[in-house]
Design a binder for this molecule. Structure first.
Ligand code: BTN
Length: 247
């Protein structure tokens, strides 16, 4: 099905606190599939309660609303994998072929973060019934605050400037294609781009302890499977383990 049929409504606004928050406020009056993009977010939100700061008019900051979806809660990761793979495909089309996905869904190019994703789901019983998927993609910004290290943008990677609205339209085309793929194919594409998949890496636990291990897989509920040096399989939910910057 073409993108225009699934996401018939893409709304642009000049300024909003956060596109995720705005979609949530208006949720009852919005269609089942909807996209809100903002030229400026005054209170952009990131993962782990962080702020998402983006130069006005330079980058893409937008949210995709999926209502009435009924995805099993123990396979909610399909939402994260689909959007990550769509961003990677978009970057590929735009001349950036080597993006990877740092679990669960940071998009990296040459080890620098180029896009972040914030997914806010509603659960009813054993199902995710709606999802607000917020995406911040650095497009034309070339200078970043010093306290945001290891970042990149499409312009920094290719030396070109991009039409922001066109990039959003292209994202929607990729995303629509991926939403129609079988679940296993989405997972295969996600794993094929997973940062440090199959490579021994150092990991840090919330209490500061470290261990060496290799990513074995990602489960439908989002948990990361790591094989440690003794051959034991450890499973971690988001926030239960981080990559060591040294690995
Ligand atoms: C992260 O911390 O990596 C996630 C960043 C997500 C930022 C996007 S920008 C559009 C949407 N609205 C928000 O307030 N956050 C997300």
């Amino acid at each position: 099905m073409p993108a225009s049929k699934i996401f018939s409504e893409i709304k642009w606004t000049d300024e909003v606190d956060s596109t995720n928050s705005a979609v949530l406020r208006e949720i009852d009056s919005l269609p089942e599939r909807f996209v809100l993009a903002a030229r400026l977010q005054t209170d952009g939100r990131g993962q782990r309660g962080n702020r998402w700061v983006s130069a006005p008019g330079e980058n893409l900051t937008f949210s995709v609303l999926l209502k009435d979806i009924g995805i099993p809660a123990d396979d909610w990761m399909v939402l994260s994998e689909s959007v990550s793979v769509a961003v990677v495909s978009l970057l590929e089309e735009c001349g950036i072929p080597d993006a990877s996905v740092k679990w669960p869904n940071d998009i990296l190019v040459h080890g620098r973060k180029i896009a972040g994703i914030l997914i806010e789901n509603a659960l009813e019983g054993k199902y995710v019934t709606r999802s607000i998927i917020g995406i911040g993609l650095d497009v034309n910004q070339e200078v970043f605050p010093l306290d945001i290290p290891h970042v990149s943008s499409m312009a920094l990677e290719t030396g070109r400037r991009y039409d922001i609205a066109e990039i959003l339209d292209r994202f929607i085309v990729h995303y629509t294609d991926i939403l129609q793929l079988p679940r296993e194919e989405v997972h295969r594409r996600y794993i094929s781009r997973l940062f440090r998949f199959g490579k021994a890496s150092e990991w840090i636990l919330p209490d500061g302890r470290r261990f060496m291990g290799t990513i074995k897989g990602v489960l439908g509920d989002g948990r990361l499977e790591i094989v440690d040096e003794c051959g034991g399989i450890r499973r971690f939910a988001f926030k239960e383990v981080v990559y060591s910057p040294l690995s």
